[in-house]
Design a protein around this ligand. Structure first.
Ligand code: SAM
Length: 304
């Protein structure tokens, strides 16, 4: 809940390359706040000049965030509204700001998003990989062994993976991704989004790794790597997630759809406990039907 008479902390997204992406609300907020906490005051100063905004700046970066946050919190408590910006994109997303946001939230202050550009989301939106579930991984470790260890952890993740990468590491990272995820895994590299040399590279990890190694342009500028998720495990033995070819899940779903909740829950519990009993050995000899539908020939159908 907002403290009476306190100001607010506005978390303001700024363009990632194209000034046309600055939203009217971002401009108004930056103009109206008492002070702007910026990752790099010179960089943000240029942005403010382009929009004729004269709000004073204070620096807030990874090396001074812990020391500076208490003072900014005090100012907000005293009634000032403060805007937080990073060099480009959305603050606190692989950028400074998380510490200040957390401190403001802990102090019971109102923290307001002024949303806008974010390289990860922009790349995902054009990545042509599934977007219903994804994992934002930020930057991979810079050292090769640590990077490969992280990629091994992610190798079986079925969600689309989103990485920020520095241009001078992209060749190695793509080669490591191809080695750990398999060269056939589809991927997209979004380079210089919204800028003059914006390029989208699509292909398998093997193709992209070869392209990156051969083409100097590939590793110039800012890059987001989108990697398709691991193929979902096929159910080779027909066991299904519930261990019964999915039959149990389907029965439970139908029960819940067709019956009042209490009755469905009671029947679901009976079905589940009988199938567990069957799993632990009381199944008719030679029965091949998936539980809970045991075959009548063996006199072991559900309910016997
Ligand atoms: N907070 C920022 C955001 O919301 O996008 C990200 C900051 S992070 C320190 C910078 C990284 O974002 C770059 O190394 C690159 O991976 C990615 N990035 C930023 N701008 C980009 C652009 N225009 N095109 C491609 N990637 C970009």
């Amino acid at each position: 809940m907002k403290k009476a008479d306190a100001g607010r902390l506005y978390v303001v997204a700024t363009p990632i390359g194209n000034l046309g992406d600055m939203s009217p609300r971002a401009r108004e907020t930056l103009q109206a706040c008492s002070v702007i906490a910026a990752e790099d005051t010179r960089h943000t100063g240029t942005l403010l000049k382009a929009f004729g905004i004269s709000t004073p700046l204070v620096s807030l970066h990874e090396h001074n965030e812990a020391q500076r946050a208490p003072d900014l919190i005090q100012r907000i408590q005293g009634g000032a509204s403060i805007a937080l910006v990073s060099d480009a994109g959305t603050p606190a997303i692989s950028d400074p700001g998380f510490g200040l946001v957390r401190a403001a939230a802990a102090a019971g202050l109102e923290v307001v998003a002024v949303p806008g550009p974010c390289a990860a989301i922009a790349a995902l939106s054009i990545g042509a990989q599934p977007t219903d579930r994804f994992s934002f991984e930020g930057f991979l470790p810079a050292r090769g062994s640590a990077r490969r260890a992280r990629l091994q952890v992610l190798a079986s993740d079925t969600r689309t993976l989103v990485f920020y990468e520095s241009p001078h590491r992209v060749v190695d990272t793509l080669a490591d991704c191809a080695a750990e995820f398999g060269a056939e895994r589809p991927a997209t590299v979004a380079r210089e989004i919204t800028k003059l040399h914006e390029t989208t590279y699509r292909g398998s990890l093997g193709e992209l790794a070869a392209h990156a190694a051969a083409d100097g342009d590939f590793s110039r500028g800012e890059i987001v790597l989108i990697v398709g998720g691991a193929p979902a495990q096929t159910d080779a033995g027909g066991a299904g997630a519930d261990g019964h070819g999915g039959a149990l899940d389907r029965v439970l779903t139908v029960l819940l759809e067709e019956l009042p909740l209490k009755q469905a829950a009671r029947l679901a519990a009976i079905v589940e406990s009988r199938s567990h009993a069957e799993d632990s050995g009381d199944r008719g000899a030679g029965c091949t039907s998936p539980a809970p539908f045991r075959c009548r020939a063996n006199k072991c159908s559900l309910g016997n």
